[in-house]
Ligand binder design. Structure first.
Ligand code: AHR
Length: 622
């Protein structure tokens, strides 16, 4: 293979926004992830009473109450009555992760009965029951008061719990119970988890898209992401159920709520910290079309449009403006330099375009300096894209967001996707993409090297066409090892550790080593073309997961490929031949698998395909 680079041609500039990051509160990316808070439902606002808390023993009664709360915006609190030796325990987010000797700020609002002083014992307890830290408080009087102190665990534990207990006869009310590392990103109180932000910062993303994803839309409109309820004092932020809690998730987490401790102010601040341009996405009057698809009637859309206008003022307005003053009250007088705004997440159909048109009309009139990002719907090609693009051209949309979750083969092929895109139309933002090792959105997908290589190939196409594809971002960004709803993901973490996947290092390579100019490149490939592949089927009622091993043998008995269900997208390369996409599963994980051979000598050879089941039948041969 000879590669010719034409250095005498001018080439085109590579977009400075080429590689960015996309954050969605999915896979416990927000609470239990970026948000360093370790207590789940410390505000007791989750409508499933006492979610995250459980009583240990009989000697303590606990009930959620609402009478004379600490703050009207946070109406629920817990009333504890001591009657012996029981305790109330918080489980954290799949446990409370603590590092030995790390300073943790323990805080809560509390009150006792009038004229009484009640002792409260707090213990941090390790997974196997040993006390890692203890602290005693005296709650005095019937007015709400903030109690706080620092504690440190005597040893590292991934699944600790926090226990509260009080003596017989004591009654107290508690709210906003919090345990948070003192050392957060930039050491902000109640801040973000350092290691996770560091991994994100190390990508040096050009922009930061937030807060989703489907959570922008919500499964119903009442659960959409309403930015105004996510700012201001934390105790007034209105908690809602996370869209990835519901049956619409591929692996729902019934305990998934959004406290909004990580809200729009924090997103803007984070983007600023890591030197990324903020790209907020707002709801366009549509709930997720994979869910209810609920619509705001066109004549009632104005408040949604106003929310978008107010968001621009919140980000950029002077401190003398209403929303600029709100930003300043949260500690930021300087503007956040918002230059892009997304209208809707991943919408499709005429219902989107008639709504986008109304948003665009108002936003472009009031804020011509803001570039609007519109959407062409989910998944590569297909009728939705075909319908969307002409509409968006007609509406003179500046930037169009495409989302592509597909098999590695698709990404390899589509390295040429943009070679023929119309240069006179909108710019393209490949806003969500990731190679799927098994099938789109399958919970059995893995972050394989093959996926990462396919994404790298695709990125070469994006870079080469960055005169038209000006932005791109992998999705999803974060996933908690024990609480994910979707995979593959870019960065994995548990309660103590975090790491980047091969896809992460692909993103980082393209981001850190972005060139200035794309020069014309011609590839001369003297190799003979690949012969056609063979196919074999697994049988209509069998799924690949049922098989222990699938193998392909040549007519002379030599095994040329085998795979177990765990690694069934593995490419085995053995000298002269190779097999790619040995298993292409359809929506049910059933159907045929394709085998391609790189060595012409294999073309026309007789192959034996054997599949051995985990149980029962030995297998079959084709
Ligand atoms: O990234 C996961 C989901 O994929 C996003 O929420 C949505 O935009 C897309 O369908």
């Amino acid at each position: 293979v000879t590669v010719h680079v034409d250095c005498d041609q001018p080439g085109h500039a590579i977009s400075p926004r080429l590689v960015g990051a996309f954050f969605e509160d999915i896979n416990f990316g927000g609470d239990g992830g970026l948000n360093a808070e370790l207590i789940k439902n410390g505000s007791f606002e989750v409508p499933r009473a006492m979610l995250g808390w459980r009583r240990l023993g009989e000697g303590l009664s606990a009930a959620v109450e609402h009478e004379a709360p600490f703050s009207a915006g946070n109406p629920s609190f817990i009333r504890l009555r001591g009657d012996g030796s029981g305790a109330l325990a918080n489980e954290g987010f799949r446990g409370i992760g603590v590092h030995q000797s790390e300073s943790l700020r323990l805080a809560f609002w509390g009150r006792a009965e009038a004229g009484k002083t009640v002792p409260l014992a707090v213990r941090l307890v390790g997974e196997s029951g040993e006390a890692l830290a203890t602290k005693s408080f005296e709650l005095a009087g019937s007015s709400w008061r903030l109690y706080e102190t620092e504690i440190a665990a005597s040893q590292t534990d991934k699944r600790a719990r926090l226990e509260l207990s009080l003596p017989k006869g004591g009654t107290i009310d508690l709210d906003l119970v919090s345990l948070c590392p003192v050392a957060t990103w930039r050491d902000r109180p109640h801040g973000l988890r350092r290691d996770l932000v560091q991994l994100l910062a190390d990508l040096k993303p050009a922009f930061f898209r937030f807060p989703g994803g489907c959570i922008v839309e919500g499964s119903q409109l009442k659960y959409r992401y309403d930015w105004k309820t996510t700012i201001g004092p934390r105790e007034t932020r209105r908690l809602i159920v996370n869209r990835w809690n519901t049956e619409f998730a591929h692996r729902p987490a019934p305990d998934y709520y959004q406290s909004f401790a990580l809200g729009f102010f924090e997103y803007f601040q984070l983007a600023d910290d890591i030197g990324a341009e903020p790209l907020p996405i707002i709801n366009c009057g549509m709930a997720c079309q994979f869910n209810t698809g609920e619509l705001v009637p066109l004549e009632e859309l104005q408040p949604y449009i106003q929310d978008a206008l107010d968001l621009i003022e919140f980000a950029n307005g002077p401190v003398t403006s209403e929303w600029g003053a709100t930003r300043a009250a949260m500690g930021r007088t300087e503007p956040f330099n918002l230059r892009m705004l997304g209208v809707g997440n991943e919408q499709w159909g005429p219902e989107y375009f008639e709504r986008y048109e109304r948003f665009a009309e108002a936003l472009q009139r009031e804020h011509p300096e803001i570039e609007l990002v519109s959407t062409s719907g989910p998944f590569p090609s297909g009728e939705r894209f075909d319908y969307a693009w002409p509409q968006l051209r007609k509406l003179k949309a500046p930037i169009v967001d495409e989302h592509c979750y597909a098999m590695p083969d698709w990404f390899l092929r589509e390295a040429h996707r943009y070679d023929d895109y119309d240069r006179n139309g909108p710019e393209v933002f490949m806003g969500e993409y990731a190679a799927q090792s098994i099938q789109i959105a399958s919970p059995r997908n893995r972050n394989t090297l093959r996926c990462a290589i396919a994404e790298a190939a695709f990125l070469t196409g994006i870079e080469r066409n960055s005169d038209i594809v000006t932005m791109s971002a992998y999705a999803p960004l974060f996933a908690h090892e024990e609480a994910w709803q979707w995979r593959p993901d870019l960065i994995w973490f548990d309660n103590l550790k975090s790491y980047g996947t091969p896809s992460y290092y692909v993103q980082q390579a393209f981001s850190l080593h972005r060139g200035d100019t794309a020069l014309p490149v011609a590839v001369e490939d003297a190799r003979p073309p690949l012969p056609p592949g063979g196919r074999f089927g697994l049988g209509t009622h069998e799924t690949i997961a049922e098989f222990r091993e699938v193998s392909v043998t040549s007519s002379d008995g030599a095994e040329v490929w085998s795979a177990t269900p765990e690694v069934h997208d593995l490419i085995v390369q053995d000298g002269e031949w190779r097999v790619s996409d040995a298993v292409i599963a359809n929506q049910n994980d059933r159907g045929s698998s394709r085998v391609l051979f790189g060595d012409p000598d294999w073309s026309g050879a007789t192959l034996r395909v054997q599949a051995r089941k985990l149980k029962g039948r030995e297998g079959f041969t084709i």
